[in-house]
Design a protein around this ligand. Sequence first.
Ligand SMILES: *[C@@H]1O[C@H](CO)[C@@H](O)[C@H](O)[C@H]1NC(C)=O
Ligand SMILES: *[C@@H]1O[C@H](CO)[C@@H](O)[C@H](O)[C@H]1NC(C)=O
Length: 400
Amino acid sequence: MYLFLNVVAVLTVLGGTCEQIGRRRAVPVIYLRGSHYEVGYDVGRTFSSLIKDFIDTYANLRDFEKEYKTDAGRNAYEITLANMKKKYPFYINEMQGVADGAKVPFNVLFLLQMDDIIETINENHIPRQDTGGCSSIGIHTAHDAILGHTEDAFHETLNHFYIMSAHIIPTEEDKKLGAVEERFASLCYAGHMPGYTMGFNANGLVFSINTLSPLILKPGSTPRTFITRALLTAKNFDDAEKILLDEGLGVANGFSVNMIWSDINNVRKIYNVEVAPDLTSNRSLINVKHFENEPLIHTNKYLRLQLKEVNGPIIDSSNARLEAIYKHRSPKNRDDIQNILSDTSRQDFHVFQDQKESVIKTIAAGVFDLEKKTWSIYINKPNSSEPIAVLPLRFTNLEN
Ligand SMILES: *[C@@H]1O[C@H](CO)[C@@H](O)[C@H](O)[C@H]1NC(C)=O
Ligand SMILES: *[C@@H]1O[C@H](CO)[C@@H](O)[C@H](O)[C@H]1NC(C)=O
């Protein structure tokens, strides 16, 4: 009897590693230099256990795998992979590096990129329920520019992320296919490509991403995570816009990107761009807004592009967070932004999502301070805890 109880206790502990170990106050950062494959390999090798643990526990991935076994799912996967091998072969090499380094199958990592595109492939006829969250708030004043962001993700992602600070020197072969030298830092969910969260590049770009959920997706087109991976190469706003348009294919699913661009004269501009699949042409649908005298505020619903979105918690949560955010005075400085990002005033959804039962959790909050040239990463509320990590914002390509 005594033995039996012990076995049960051990199993219970193993069953819920994520919840049992609590919110870890840890921000793993890896500094890398090399080709796409080499950089991927070192990320995979270093974070193999985080990646494997994430792959084993991420419930949505079980749905992606189920759909992959259907004809429609397999077909969408194969067309997308063939298209990405043509358009972004060097990012496929990078993913192969992660797979080899972490000793996980490539197709599992590619399924993570397929995300809602494959999850919903067989059910486009019923209104989809989606869950998601991420709040971004930016200001541009005479003295400073700040971008604050809660990185909200499925609860399995809690404690399963890292920051890549990479200098990519493409191989001759990758260069011929269009790869360029890259310097960036980005938070990554375990096993995912950099770019689809928050970070910066050496050309003066600071960014954060909000997942958006159009009802109708475009299987076979470019997954949003490839577009945001490519955004890390952007040299200026026009270049970024071109990458987002993705002429020839267009994005398959939805997101918005918040950007602060600094140029060589230290002139800054702040934008939000909403991006959606265009069902009538081979490019993305985009809406650009440049913010001058008002704060940038974005959650997980379209504010400007007119299109049909899903129902469900992603919209309810976005509306709730927008209401909570607009109850504060209009943010004028960093403290204001940190207070808003820490808001837990509502019963239903929090801006800083830390409720025990919540499927979506704030796994980290980031504050980019352009004047101080820092990126502070908080694991707990940013207005009542110290950042766990403070990374320098290095716009090396704007220097001298
Ligand atoms: C999009 O591209 C496909 C494949 O190249 C082509 O068959 C189709 O006509 C294009 N559609 C539009 C609207 O340009
Ligand atoms: C943090 O911000 C919230 C509002 O979002 C506020 O209620 C709370 O008092 C703030 N905490 C501190 C320590 O300033």
